[in-house]
Design a protein around this ligand. Structure first.
Ligand code: KG4
Ligand code: ZN
Length: 411
């Protein structure tokens, strides 16, 4: 089976093409193409993603990225046969009037580059339909709908968070597999628990079987990644804040020659661990962000920021990790799960990866721990393609719509 996948839920325009071989139980994923075009630089000056700017970028990027992906996968056959030409020109009218009628820039490129192509040798088109930013999701979904209609291929709508779950399952077992862009999908025991931490979501998801999800805990306000981004801004660090805070926090361990003030015990840098002891499995990070704001305001009255920034970054990171790990372990125990998975952009955080592993080993040594390759933690279309291969349901293009607030348990 060959799948082309499109991901535009936030600020990454991504397209991947995979071929799946092997058995259903032990599928092998061959990555024919996996392209991610990040808009980070564009949004950095605004300190966060601007939805309409992101939408415009996706409109600009999708056709060139698709052309590149088809070329890399050797599916690019520029000239369609004359019988195909006739039918594709009929399709164009429908696409102009009813599918890409609001994506004017994308439509122009579609007419110029895509309409004349022979349909590629793929079996389905997967697309992220939510959750995410409504304007950016719609661009990807409408693009996928137009391709589905033009090429007469079914669509597979995929929940973005399921993609993040799947990214924890991809393994390259041998050197040859790595060189050839091949992955195996790791087997794991159910019930499993996924800690999903991204810019928009923080969720604890119990997985009874692949495709059957129950959210049992989530953030009541800011997502973990969002908190990293906001605290980075308070500390005068760049966007996205997660990696910046991680780097700053690591300095706290290293600056032996010029110890930060906190190390001299002149300052007490202690932040709260919100909801650590509540009986539910939910999170709240907005108060933690406000606590950082007040702490920094106080410290700034007496010291230059350079003197305490790394200490605050480290204490903030520790606070987030402490809460995430403690609640994950509690659910793991209470639901007697056999596997814990980590996913989402914040899963790139080394401290979180390490502490979760250490605590699981200590308190639940029989539970297996699956975490994604760091390169697959951020948004990408490969995870969407693999999710489509594992659990996807083929639909007609008319049945697929973007849903910015869709939940994993309402798939
Ligand atoms: O999953 P993702 O790429 O996009 C969404 O679906 O939201 O997650 C992006 C989030 C951002 O908030 C970013 O700051 C955070 O992931 N992030 C990190 C790290 N790398 C990215 N947070 C903490 N530590 C990191 N190393
Ligand atoms: Zn994401």
């Amino acid at each position: 089976m060959k799948i082309l996948a499109i991901e535009t839920s936030c600020d990454e325009t991504a397209i991947a093409i995979i071929e799946v071989t092997g058995s259903l139980k032990e599928p092998v994923i061959h990555v024919l193409s996996n392209i991610i075009s990040s808009q980070i630089k564009l949004h950095a000056k605004f300190g966060g993603v601007v939805p309409n700017l992101a939408r415009r970028e996706h409109e600009k990027n999708l056709v060139p990225i698709l052309m590149r992906a088809l070329k890399e996968s050797k599916f690019l056959q520029p000239e369609s046969r004359s019988s195909e030409k006739e039918s594709s020109h009929k399709s164009l009218v429908m696409i102009q009037n009813s599918i890409l009628n609001r994506e004017f820039k994308l439509l122009k490129q579609f007419e110029k580059k895509i309409i004349s192509l022979s349909p590629p040798d793929i079996d389905a088109i997967a697309v992220t339909f939510g959750p995410g930013l409504s304007p950016t999701l719609w661009v990807g979904v409408n693009f996928a709908r137009a391709l589905s209609y033009l090429w007469k291929k079914p669509l597979i709508p995929i929940n973005h968070m399921e993609g993040h779950i799947v990214s924890a399952l991809l393994r390259t077992a041998t050197k040859k597999q790595r060189q050839h862009g091949m992955f195996q999908v790791a087997c794991f025991k159910f019930p499993a628990l996924a800690l999903l931490v991204s810019g928009g979501h923080t969720e604890l998801v119990v997985i009874k079987k692949m495709g059957s999800y129950r959210i049992i805990g989530e953030t009541l306000d800011d997502a973990a990644g969002e908190a990293f981004d906001k605290v980075a801004r308070i500390l005068g660090l760049g966007y996205p804040g997660g990696p910046e805070i991680a780097v700053e926090a690591a300095k706290n361990h290293q600056s032996e020659t010029d110890p930060p003030l906190a190390r001299n015990a002149k300052l007490k840098i202690k932040l709260p661990r919100p909801m650590l002891h509540t009986q539910d499995y939910n999170f709240s990070f907005s108060g933690l962000k406000t606590a950082v704001l007040y702490l920094v305001r106080d410290l700034e009255k007496k010291y230059p920021i350079i003197k305490f920034r790394s200490s605050v970054a480290k204490e903030f990171q520790d606070a987030v990790v402490d809460v995430l790990v403690a609640k994950t372990l509690r659910v793991a125990k209470e639901y007697r799960v056999k596997t814990v998975l980590l996913g989402g952009g914040v899963a790139a955080n080394k401290e979180l990866r390490k502490v979760l592993q250490k605590q699981l080993k200590k308190e639940l040594p029989r539970v297996s721990y699956m975490l994604p390759d760091v390169a697959l933690t951020g948004d990408n279309a490969l995870m969407i393609a693999v999710a489509a291969a594992l659990t996807g349901k083929k639909k007609a293009w008319t049945e697929v719509h973007a849903d910015a607030n869709v939940r994993l348990d309402k798939n």
